[in-house]
Design a protein around this ligand. Structure first.
Ligand code: GLY
Length: 384
């Protein structure tokens, strides 16, 4: 079973193809996405099994494309300008022209770098995103955010350099999820929990309930369940992106809502010594794990400032049932965490903007949050 989710933006309208085995349609999708392309530069995640890569690129070669590649072993430390420049150099060495194509095969970090290469090489060429992690399928590959981190005196600034560059198509082959470690798969579920906390305003009021009743099928990676799971999450993201493509809304809605849990999460990810309690080797903390913890902080924050009640403990139970962390070590230095959050690129005039749940399935952006509420939010996940 395959599903196609349309994404409409001012820059482009494109399809997200979801299902078991959809990667076998890549050649046709490439022909539609870049009809004049002769050369394809593939940006490859070394974590993707080589048989998937060789089969996919081999099929393109058989179809007459000249295929070149850059390989990246993803981490936040390699998601930097040097890697972007190196891939640009590989694309230039492969003599890519404006009518040619970049494809990304891998997780969100590889997709973000490949997308930024496509946005910037010769002022922009088409990119087809082939996400192979759950997180990349439901979030990073959809909506056109591309970029790299920037090293600064105060540490790595996440995604501080980049561009909006919508893909020409996205191919989310759920068969690739079977090669992920359970920890990486679960980390992606955190973004889906995030979507379910805001989906009532974006066309899917039932998502949280469906995820809860279908939890075992999700964790077991039942193929039909995965197709529905991924496509419903992509549809929510597409609906948010449609309303505020460039995140310029200054109200309490818009694309900034997708930052739910992320103001906290980005601080946790970039502070040394932060470890999630996951039951297995949890160092360093993964993005999705940091998001799970950030969601709990956001729910507590919403309760402390009187926007909602009774959401935090059911959320903690849901995250635990999905194998996501709900406690964290290394958060002793509250002022360092607040300083990192103030430095986040989503802060405005140094003022931290938070997204908090206001009801089941609904969130809003809030400003002027008192520090004691932020401390209480951190306390909800502090170990000990
Ligand atoms: N990942 C957040 C966004 O796409 O806006």
């Amino acid at each position: 079973m395959t599903r196609t989710v349309p994404v409409q933006t001012s820059q482009a309208t494109y399809s997200v193809h979801v299902g078991a085995g959809v990667l076998s349609s890549l050649n046709q999708i490439v022909r539609d996405a870049a009809p004049k392309a002769q050369r394809i530069h593939a940006v490859i995640d070394t974590g993707v099994p080589s048989e998937i890569i060789e089969r996919t690129l081999g099929n393109l070669t058989l179809d007459g494309y000249v295929v070149s590649r850059s390989s990246i072993t993803p981490s936040e430390d390699v998601k930097i300008t040097e890697t972007w420049l190196s891939v640009l150099g590989d694309a230039a060495n492969a003599r890519l022209e404006r009518s040619d194509l970049v494809i990304a095969i891998g997780g969100g970090i590889v997709g973000d770098i490949a997308g930024f290469v496509a946005a910037s090489y010769r002022r922009g060429l088409a990119v087809v995103q082939c996400p192979t992690t759950l997180l990349a399928m439901v979030d990073a590959s959809v909506g056109g955010k591309t970029g790299v981190n920037l090293a600064s005196e105060s540490g790595l600034l996440k995604n501080a350099i980049g561009a909006f560059h919508q893909p020409a198509a996205v191919i989310a082959d759920t068969n690739t999820l079977g090669s992920l470690s359970p920890r990486v798969f679960r980390a992606g579920i955190a973004e889906c929990v995030k979507h379910s906390m805001l989906s009532a305003d974006f066309g899917d009021a039932d998502l949280a309930n469906w995820m809860q009743t279908t939890e075992q099928g999700i964790l077991d990676q039942d193929p039909a369940v995965l197709t529905e799971f991924v496509s419903r999450n992509v549809a929510v993201k597409a609906e948010v992106v449609k309303t505020d493509e460039h995140e310029t809304s200054t109200g309490d809605m818009g694309r900034a809502l997708l930052n739910l849990g992320h103001t906290f999460a980005h601080a946790f990810e970039t502070l040394p010594g932060v470890r999630a309690q996951t039951g297995d080797d949890a160092t360093p903390i993964m993005h999705g794990e940091a998001v799970a913890l950030g969601l709990l902080c956001a729910a507590t924050l919403g309760e402390r400032i009187g926007k909602a009640s009774g959401l935090t403990e059911p959320l903690r139970d849901r995250l635990s049932a999905l194998g996501l962390p709900t406690r964290c070590e290394g958060l002793e230095n509250t002022q360092a965490i607040i300083a990192r959050m103030a430095h986040d690129k989503k802060a405005q005039s140094g003022q931290i903007r938070f997204v908090v749940p206001v009801a089941a399935g609904r969130c809003r952006v809030v400003r002027d949050v008192p520090e004691d509420a932020v401390v209480a939010a951190l306390d909800t996940i502090r170990e000990g």
